[in-house]
Design a protein around this ligand. Sequence first.
Ligand SMILES: Cc1cc2nc3c(=O)[nH]c(=O)nc-3n(C[C@H](O)[C@H](O)[C@H](O)COP(=O)(O)O)c2cc1C
Length: 218
Amino acid sequence: MTDGSDGSDGAASVLDAIATTRAIRRYRDEPIPTADLARILWHAGRAPSGTNRQPFRFLVLRDGPAALEARTVMGEAFRAGWSAKREAGGYRPSRFVDSMQQYVDRFEQVPVIVLVCLDRYRAPNPYEGASVYPACQNLLLAARAMGYGGALTMWHLDVEADLRRILAVPDHVALSACITLGRPEGRHGPVRRKPLAEITFDDRWGAPAAWAAGPDRT
Ligand SMILES: Cc1cc2nc3c(=O)[nH]c(=O)nc-3n(C[C@H](O)[C@H](O)[C@H](O)COP(=O)(O)O)c2cc1C
């Protein structure tokens, strides 16, 4: 990918990646070479943060002893999390339901898991995520650009205490997100989102923006 500074191909491919980075939950049984992993995380780490303090940290779980233990604990949590959601949501059979089931059933085999953490430098506040979630999205976009796919999840919080113990995570560090990564079994494709006009106001809250249409005319 070029850097897009000439306003041509690079920028177009950035926009294309943004519009097609879906949550990928089915992975091929292929490891991610560490050079690729480093490249993905380098781009994730280019994200902005308040005063450029860069409090985000990437705790990578591959096949080390602590990672294997964490995978087991998380696998159980993810299966329980999905099972509860599935029951409460009353989902009809669908590709989404199948892919979620496969995701949790094979959680222990996910090629790479990244716990994106926030190394706090002040008391917790409601906006602290603003300095870590841009890095998460950069991570997903970089993975997408390199032919990988990922999903951001929060079910790891159900076993947070176990993860802290197994992975020696200090108290001042928040486990902000769990991102799974691998080569997609299926394909990326356009994300389905609300029409732009529904999420955009002009001048006052609730005032329609007549100009707010996307490239797909929504
Ligand atoms: C804050 C946040 C929490 C999420 N939590 C979960 C989760 O616990 N489990 C999961 O499978 N996906 C989770 N996701 C992924 C979303 O379900 C997904 O991005 C959304 O349904 C849109 O789907 P798409 O990205 O494939 O278009 C989460 C995403 C975000 C941003």
